[in-house]
Design a protein around this ligand. Sequence first.
Ligand code: 5AD
Ligand code: SF4
Length: 436
Amino acid sequence: MSAPRKLFVKTYGCQMNVYDSERMSEALGGQGYVTTDRAEDADMILLNTCHIREKAAEKVYSELGRLRPLKDANPDLKIGVTGCVAQAEGEEIMRRAPVVDLVVGPQSYHRLPAMEDAVRKGGRALDTDFPLDDKFDTLKSRPKARRAPSAFLTVQEGCDKFCAFCVVPYTRGAEVSRPADRVLREARELVEAGVAELTLLGQNVNAYHGHPGGLAGLIWELNEIEGLERIRFTTSHPNDMDDALIEAHGSCPKLMPYLHLPVQSGSDRILKAMNRKHTADGYIRLIERIRAARPDILLSGDFIVGFPGETEADFEATMNLIRTVEYGQAYSFKYSTRPGTPAAEKPQLPEDVMNDRLQRLQTLLTEQQQRLQAAMVGREVGVLFEKPGRIEGQMIGKSDHLHAVFAEAPASVRGQVRRVRIVEAGPNSLKGIVLN
Ligand code: 5AD
Ligand code: SF4
C-alpha cells in the first residue's frame, strides 16, 4: 500500500477560516490525505486566506514566492489558494502565480476533491462560484476522530449589512443560514467526539434564521444536548440582538457570559458614514439591557480608527463610548482601504494621525481589560481545561468569561469544566485553585 498523501494547511484571519480549514482537510481526507504541520513534507499545500484588511493579497503572493523552492524540489507538490483572497483575486492569482495549481473560494470548497483529481492529472483548477448547492450538505459528516474540548461550528455565513469599509459581503456573499437540524446533527457528532464547548460562527451570527426562534431558538436546542457544557457565538451586529437572545443570556444555563458585539465607532456622524444603521446611544442602551439580563457578562468589541472623515472630536466620542461601556476584550484596527467598498472612494486620513489614535485607543482598552481581569481575583468561576501548562502538574483552560486560567490539576481534567477560585491575575492569564 502506498503511504497516504500529506496535506499542509496554513490558515489566516478569522475563526471561520479555522473551521473551513478543518472541513477542507476532512474533505481531502476522503482523497487519502492526512494532515501534516510541516510544509516541507506536504504533497498539497493550501493557503486559506483572509481579505479583511490591507496587504492581504501581497502577503499571499510573498508566501507563494517562499513556497516555490518546495515545488522545485518536489514536482508532485500541488499548491492551492482558498478563502477570501481566492474569492476576490481568483483569476489574478492564476495569472500572477504559475506556482498555484488550484484556487477555490469560500462558497465552493466542497468541490475540492474533484478539483484535486483534476490537478493530479496535471491541470489547473479555479472555482469562485457562489453555487446554489449547500456546501455543508455535500461535505460528508464529521469524522469520528477524538476532538479537542472546544470546537467551532459555522451556522451562518455571509452578510447583507454592507458596512462601507467591509469586503465580507463581496467575498463571502449574501447572508445564508444553515438549517437547524443540520447544525444540531453536526453538534451531536462533535460532542460524541469529545467536544464540551461549541462556538457558533457567522459573520452576522445573530441574524441566524435557520430556526424559527432565530439564534436563541437554536441555542436553547443545543442546551439540551447531553455532554455539551458550554455554548458561545460570534460575531454579532447590534441591530440583530433581539429580545429572545438577550433573554437567553439571562436564563440559558449553557450560554456563557461573554459577548462580542462590535460597534466600530462612538461617533454618530462616523457610524452613519460607515452605514452601521445605529447610533452610539442606541448601542449603549442595548448594552444596558444585556447587562440587566446578565450582570456579569464580559463584553468584547471591534473598533476602527481613522475612518475617512474622522475628526479628533469623532475619535473622542469613541473613547467616551469605551469609557462608558468598559470592555473586557477588544480588537482595534486602523482603517484600511478595501478596493470595491464604498469608503475606498473617500479621502484617507494621514498615517501618523491614525497611528496616534490607535495607540491612545489601545492604551485605554488594555487598561480596561487588565482591570476587569484583576477584578476576577477572589471569584469562583467555571474553567474548561484544555491542555497541560508549561509547568509540570499544571493545566490550562478557559473561564466562563473566556479568560485563560491555569491551575494545578491532573491531566485527567482535560475536557472537563471544574469550579476554580481565582487567586492571582497576571497580564495575560489568571491563576486559580481547583475546588472540585
Ligand atoms: N479596515 C479596518 N478594519 C476593518 N474591519 C473590517 N474591515 C476593515 C477595514 N477596511 C474590522 C472591523 C470588523 C473586524 C472583523 O475587522 O472592526 O469588525
Ligand atoms: Fe462586514 Fe460585519 Fe459590517 Fe457585515 S456587519 S459588512 S461582516 S463589518
